[in-house]
Design a protein around this ligand. Structure first.
Ligand SMILES: [Zn+2]
Length: 155
């Protein structure tokens, strides 16, 4: 078996233990512009913990805990490694954010956030952590964890 070796980065953020295939969505959630950022993306690689996983290395950008926590919406078990001088300076587990603004679509077609003429940015507030559930601030519709992935707006 050939082990995958991904280049080490000097400074940046490594998101590990992402469910397989979620890396592109995570780039969207974090609003990463691949034309302006150096990224190392590993999709569907072997993982002893998860079977298969994605890894995303963002070179030259340190994510704040608040930014990184948005990742928990599609990757609840993601770990974040902050790299400085080629070594891990900080490591933490993501936690689902209390508020989610902008990048999720409300599933209710009559919600004012889906108004074609005057769309309003969505705001979802966390209702419950286990199971993960959010409520639209405008129409009160709830969104469950298993719905979140399909409600992420394309960039
Ligand atoms: Zn709504």
């Amino acid at each position: 078996m050939v082990a995958l070796k991904v280049k080490r980065i000097e400074m940046g953020t490594v998101l590990d233990h992402l469910p397989p295939g979620t890396a592109p969505q995570i780039m969207r959630i974090l609003d990463i512009d691949p034309t302006e950022t150096t990224l190392l993306v590993a999709i569907n690689v072997e993982s002893s913990k998860m079977g298969r996983k994605d890894i995303l290395k963002i070179e030259g950008k340190i994510l704040s805990e608040e930014e990184a926590n948005k990742v928990a919406l599609v990757a609840p078990n993601a770990t974040v490694n902050i790299v400085r001088d080629y070594s891990v300076a900080e490591k933490f587990q993501v936690k689902p954010p209390e508020r989610v603004e902008g990048f999720l679509r409300c599933p209710n077609p009559n919600c004012i956030t889906n108004d074609e003429r005057e769309p309003v940015d969505t705001v979802f507030v966390r209702e419950s952590r286990e199971p993960l559930e959010y409520r639209c601030r405008y129409c009160e519709r709830t969104v469950r964890e298993d719905q979140i992935r399909e409600l992420i707006r394309p960039s």
